[in-house]
Structure formats: structure tokens, C-alpha cells
Design a binder for this molecule. Structure first.
Ligand code: PLP
Length: 362
């Protein structure tokens, strides 16, 4: 039987080993006669899951001791509101770098809470490719409480690979679709947040990593469940946390450590991305419109030169066991999301299919 690979942008791409283990322990977790979903989040068994997952995440990302890790509800969009309400303090504005769909969505939300300085970072290279202006060209403002950007635009396939180096400015990043795909220097950030449902685990869990000197500034109107200080003081159990998503994410952290951690992930993700971009670039039949320096390693949109073939490509790719390649409606064409859980064999199967499709239709 042909092996099936799913290139969905989310929710969730989980390593098959994690799913198998979860399946095995589903009905009788830790010999308790129930699933992990059914036990109290305050039981010693679940507290162990919570503590271990935080420890493993800290190990993986080398999170410094002066950062809190919060396991929240609400997805990244809740953070679009939580960030200003937690961080603005006495200030009335923040810098928002607009480099794509999700950065733009965060800007729309923050406008409910302040008037941000919007830094338009969209750029075009001389050969007409889509790019983002380098960080040193971002015109940041002294009166801004923080600077917000999105390092990996899931829909546009545009990435900012640079690490920020803005002195004592508070940097906030929406890492939803690239967290844990390679090492990052957490100490460069004030807040990192990420919806879990792309590179980590199931929807329902959102990670927030926040430097502890940024706690305690929340606006009075901020709902308690979005208040970083309240969440930190309650070990992310101010209300019932998304326990099953948390448990599965914890298993993904262990899987990542077993694979060799984030340096190994970086190696694998680079190899997968190079393979796919290589096939796209060497033909006139396919194209990717993003400048090389800003190409995402996680979400790779590509177009067929003849859009009339899009439907045929999608029909035939499904028959070949390659699913969910349809591009986002905003961009069109195709998109292959190749998160940590996608093995190189999946990308190889895709590139083989693309070459063969080009031979038949080119
Ligand atoms: N930010 C990025 C980079 C995303 O990819 C997404 C969802 O795809 C979001 C934010 C919105 O996330 P959520 O659906 O968890 O609110």
C-alpha cells in the first residue's frame, strides 16, 4: 500500500510514534483505569505530566530561569489581545511589524487597545520576489512598549530567520508555526507565544514564554485567564487547562529530545526545505515567489505555471497518497507544510510526484 503523507498547515502534525503511544495508553493511563483526559488536573499524576513537559520544553529551548512558561487556552489569536493588555502598562503604543497575514491580523486586534506604530516590512526584491526588510531597517519608536513580529508567516510562506538584537527593547514574537523547528535564543525576547496546533500538538493549547520582569503590568480590564501574572502564580491552572493537548504536547517534547533536540530538527528541517525548494527552482513548471532569505522552512507555497492544472495536480496527488496540498485561499496554488513531524520520506515522495507530474503535463 502507498504510504500516505499529509501536508496540512494544521491543526497539528504529530509524530506517528507519539500517536501510537497515546493510543496504547488511551484507555488505561498509568493503570488508573481511565484516560489522561478524565483525571483531575490537580492529581499528582497530571501534575507530573505538567512539570515534566515544562522541564522538557525548557531543556529543548534552553529557556533561561528568569522566564515563566505558561500553558494557556485561546490560541494565538487570544494572545493578539493578551500581549497588549499585559505589556502596555502606562504606555499607549507599541511597534508592530507587518510582514504577512498573521502579523497583519495581530495589528487589527491590537487596534482595539492602542494605536500601534505599524512598520510595513513587506519588500520586493529586484527580481520581483516577495521579501521582508531586514531587522536593522525597522524604524522602531522610543515610546513603544514593545515590538511585535511574526517570524514565520504560515499562509504566505515568508519567514524572518534573523534573531532580534534591539538592545533593551521588549521583543514579542508569534512563533505559532515555527516554534521548536530549530534553536532560538529565548533571551532576545520578552514574550514568545505559539498556538500548539502546528509544530507541537493538538489545538487547544497555547504556549507563552514570558520574561518575569514583564509580569505585573496588566490592565485592570484584562480577563484573568489571559493575565500572565495570574497564570504564572497558578502554574497555568487558574482554570482547567487543556489537559489532553498538554499531555500530548509533553510527549512531543520527549520525542524531540529523543530525536536529538533542536539542532537535529534544524538539520532535518533544512534538508527537507532544500529538497522541496530545489525541485521548485530547477523547473519553469513550478514557482515559489519568496526571496531566498525569507523562505519558510515550515510552510512552502508553490504555484504551477499553468493554473488550469491545479485541480489535476490536487486530484492526482491525493491518489499518490499526498494529501492537503491545496494552498490557502488568500495565496492560491499549492502549499506543503512540512513541520517537525513530517519525515524526509514524505518530502521525497512529494518531490518525486512533482517531477513525474511535470514529465506528464509539462
Ligand atoms: N499566528 C500564526 C503564525 C498562525 O499560523 C495562526 C494560525 O494558523 C495564528 C496566529 C492563529 O492561531 P489560532 O488559530 O491558534 O488563534
Amino acid at each position: 500500500m502507498t504510504q500516505v503523507f499529509n501536508f496540512s498547515a494544521g491543526p497539528a502534525m504529530l509524530p506517528v510514534e507519539v500517536l501510537r503511544r497515546a493510543e496504547q495508553e488511551l484507555c488505561n493511563w498509568h493503570g488508573l483505569g481511565t484516560s489522561v483526559m478524565e483525571i483531575s488536573h490537580r492529581s499528582k499524576e497530571f501534575i507530573q505530566v505538567a512539570e515534566e513537559s515544562e522541564r522538557d520544553l525548557r531543556d529543548l529551548l534552553k529557556i533561561p530561569a528568569n522566564y515563566k512558561v505558561l500553558f494557556c487556552h485561546g490560541g494565538a489569536r487570544a494572545q493578539f489581545a493578551a500581549v497588549p493588555l499585559n505589556l502596555l502598562g502606562e504606555k499607549t503604543t507599541a511597534d508592530y511589524v507587518d510582514g504577512g497575514y498573521w502579523a497583519h491580523s495581530a495589528i487589527k486586534e491590537v487596534q482595539k487597545y492602542c494605536t500601534p506604530h505599524v512598520i510595513n516590512a513587506a519588500a520586493t526584491t529586484q527580481d520581483g520576489r516577495r521579501a521582508v526588510t531586514p531587522m536593522h531597517e525597522w524604524d522602531l519608536h522610543d515610546d513603544a512598549a514593545y515590538v511585535h513580529y511574526c517570524p514565520n508567516e504560515t499562509i504566505d510562506g515568508v519567514a524572518i530567520h534573523e534573531m532580534p538584537d534591539f538592545g533593551d527593547k521588549v521583543v514579542v514574537a508569534d512563533y505559532s508555526s515555527s516554534i521548536l523547528s530549530r534553536p532560538i535564543d529565548v533571551s532576545r525576547f520578552g514574550v514568545i507565544y505559539a498556538g500548539a496546533q502546528k509544530n507541537i500538538g493538538p489545538a487547544g493549547l497555547t504556549l507563552v514564554i514570558v520574561r518575569d520582569d514583564l509580569l505585573g503590568k496588566a490592565k485592570g480590564v484584562l480577563p484573568s485567564i489571559l493575565d500572565y501574572t495570574v497564570l504564572a502564580e497558578n502554574d497555568s491552572m487558574f482554570n482547567t487547562p487543556p489537559t489532553f493537548a498538554w499531555y500530548l504536547s509533553g510527549m512531543v517534547f520527549k520525542w524531540l529530545k529523543e530525536q536529538g533536540g533542536l539542532l537535529e530538527m534544524e538539520k532535518r528541517n533544512k534538508a527537507k526545505a532544500e529538497l522541496l525548494y530545489g525541485v521548485i527552482d530547477q523547473s519553469d513548471f513550478y514557482r515559489n515567489e519568496v526571496a531566498e532569505a525569507n523562505r519558510s522552512w515550515m510552510n512552502i507555497p508553490f504555484q504551477l505555471a499553468d493554473a488550469a492544472l491545479d485541480k489535476v495536480f490536487l486530484d492526482e496527488s491525493v491518489k499518490a497518497g499526498l494529501h492537503a496540498l491545496k494552498g490557502h485561499r488568500v495565496v492560491g496554488g499549492m502549499r506543503a507544510s512540512i513541520y517537525n513531524a513530517m519525515p524526509i520520506e514524505g518530502v521525497k515522495a512529494l518531490t518525486d510526484f512533482m517531477a513525474e507530474f511535470e514529465r506528464r503535463h509539462g
